[in-house]
Design a protein around this ligand. Structure first.
Ligand SMILES: O=C(O)CCC(=O)C(=O)O
Ligand SMILES: [Fe+2]
Length: 565
């Protein structure tokens, strides 16, 4: 991740509302990361006279200190305000009090958060009159702050209550038109085109051009002047993307969120064309994932206590919902074991995309349609949907880290799809049962389970039972094939006792079907792509003479297994 030193307009002085900035890079650390010390971060953040956006901190003494630290480094400090889960009736009052407080702490301006998960986004998009609702809210704030000190943050590609509002493009264009006409001196609009997960930002790979163009109109995008409302974009930029010279093309400000945490001197690194670092914790995790997958072992992402509580609550909700299903027999594994289970599945176009909710869309996925249709019915239950969306976020976040670890290209990650199966195991007519030993037939699986039963069989002969306590990541047989044997699939089974009940959710992350896929660099230098055909892979996985045969042989030998023929 390095590039030649840049001399583009990114590093020229520019106006933002009342302020003169020394460059066009915006530092906007996310609020959810556990920073070692918030104050320490801003102390080491070399703003070089740029804009720094600071999430509103509930700790009053931190709130008071940060603007002064930023001002000492010649920066301009805006405070990002949101009142999480605030009901619509008290929103204006609560946000007014945050703004008053932030101004008294010495912030130069305010960024109102209307991005995914914010109270304002919820209020606006649950309202049929989005623009008039926004107009009322902004009107109530003008007594506290002038437009020149105010910005707004949006994430247009995110979803609300599980789906995009049907006409979201028109809605955002409507908002921009309104802002241009009624609040022409608004400092900026900040559009996010990426989602922040625990370790990495995930680009939605959708262009923000339509919003850029709406702000610039009637001028063209590349002649956007710096006097009016500025456009700030945030789209998981890496220094490589700077070769595109975005800022020169559009005159916009470029915002960095998650990468700034590990690189508080990001402005100077970008100026010098130096690579950005990952946090030491992330670097260590990527290396541990690689080691695990090279040995065919699972990798577990631990939960903190809050996450554990939320995960188990969501799992309980899914378990209860599945309780009403008719049980069905699982497929026969290699060892002919079967288990009664209640199950359905959900699909999404990819990481950070909404769960699909039409039969037409899910029918393209590799999975039995009957269970897929049960999934569509489940999504109509708002509690179930909320639990699924929460778990999807947890699972997606671990998948993103694994993709980085195994070196899946940005483009290829975007083309992969995910199917989420929820399973409740029930006693098999009073008899113990299970799912036979197998590797999953896809690229990567992320699994959360609320009880014991999962067993992992290592190539070195060790057996482990990773259970409740973390998100379990396993390589599949497609990862083995795609990586030309560099990563081994994780062989596992499920054993369910007489009285035992357990609920699991498995995210099956896979390459696009029936397409040529570029392969990772491996020992075979001649063949750099392979044709991915799920059906052929699944057949070959089961065949005693297939590509997995030597792997089966090792597992059977090392674990002294006798598989029924
Ligand atoms: O439920 C579990 O613990 C594992 C499920 C599994 O291996 C599968 O569905 O492929
Ligand atoms: Fe499995």
């Amino acid at each position: 991740m390095s590039c030649t030193p840049t001399t583009n307009t990114l590093f020229t002085s520019t106006k933002l509302g009342l302020f003169q900035l020394q460059h066009q890079i915006v530092v906007s650390p996310p609020s959810h990361t556990s920073m070692v010390s918030v104050e320490e971060f801003y102390r080491t953040c070399t703003t070089e006279g740029g804009l720094v956006i600071v999430p509103f901190d509930t700790n009053a003494s931190i709130r008071r200190n940060i603007p002064e630290i930023i001002h000492k480094a010649n920066g301009v400090a805006f405070c990002l305000v949101d009142v999480p889960s605030c009901p619509a009736e008290s929103f204006v009052e609560r946000i007014q009090s945050c703004i008053t407080d932030a101004i008294s702490c010495g912030y130069d301006g305010i960024e109102l958060d209307a991005s995914q998960g914010s109270a304002l986004q919820g209020i606006l998009f649950n309202n049929t009159e989005v623009v008039s609702e926004l107009s009322n809210i902004l009107h109530a704030l003008t007594t506290l702050i002038t437009d020149e000190r105010l910005g707004l943050r949006f994430s247009p590609f995110s979803f609300i209550d599980g789906a995009h509002t049907t006409n979201f493009l028109q809605l955002y264009i409507g908002i921009i038109e309104y802002l241009k006409h009624i609040h022409p001196s608004l400092a900026f609009v900040h559009f996010l085109g990426s989602t922040s997960f625990e370790d990495f930002e995930y680009s939605q790979n959708k262009s923000l051009d339509v919003f850029r163009a709406a702000i610039a109109f009637p001028m063209s995008m590349d002649s956007m002047d710096s006097n009016g409302t500025r456009f700030i974009s945030s789209a998981s930029y890496s220094p490589d993307a700077f070769k595109l010279d975005m800022s020169t093309r559009t005159g916009e400000l470029i915002s960095f969120s998650l990468p700034s945490i590990a690189n508080p001197d990001i402005v100077s690194l970008l100026r010098q064309g130096l690579p950005l670092q990952n946090l030491p914790r992330v670097t260590q995790r990527l290396s541990d994932i690689l080691t695990s997958f090279k040995g065919g072992k699972e990798y577990v992402f631990d939960w903190d206590s809050l996450q554990r509580e939320q995960v188990l609550q969501a799992m309980q909700c899914l378990g209860q919902y599945l309780g009403q299903f008719e049980p069905a027999l699982s497929y026969e594994g290699t060892d002919k074991r079967v288990v009664w289970r209640k199950s359905c599945w959900f699909a999404s176009e990819g990481i950070a995309y909404p769960l699909l909710d039409t039969e037409h869309e899910i029918s393209k996925f590799d999975g039995d349609l009957k269970d897929g249709l049960s999934g569509l019915v489940a999504l109509r239950n708002s509690e179930v949907r909320a639990s699924l969306e929460y778990l999807k976020r947890v699972l997606d976040s671990t998948l993103v880290s694994c993709c980085h670890a195994i070196g899946l290209s940005k483009d290829l990650i975007q083309r992969c799809t995910v199917r989420y199966r929820i399973i409740k195991y029930v006693a098999h007519a009073g008899n113990p049962g299970g799912i036979g030993l197998h590797p999953d037939g896809n690229l990567l699986s992320a699994l959360i389970t609320d009880g014991p039963g999962l067993g992992v069989y290592d190539f070195d002969g060790t057996y482990r039972e990773p259970g409740v306590g973390g998100t379990i990541l396993m390589g599949g047989s497609t990862l083995y094939r795609w990586s030309k044997g560099t990563y081994l699939p994780t062989f596992h089974d499920v054993s369910i006792g007489r009285e035992q009940k357990k609920t699991s959710i498995v995210a099956f992350f896979n390459l696009p079907d029936m397409e040529d896929i570029p392969q990772s660099a491996g020992p075979d230098t001649e063949k750099n792509s392979f044709f991915h055909n799920i059906r052929v892979i699944k057949e070959d996985d089961k065949s005693p003479a297939g590509e997995l045969a030597p792997l089966w042989k090792t597992i059977v030998q090392r674990h002294n297994l006798i598989l029924p023929s």
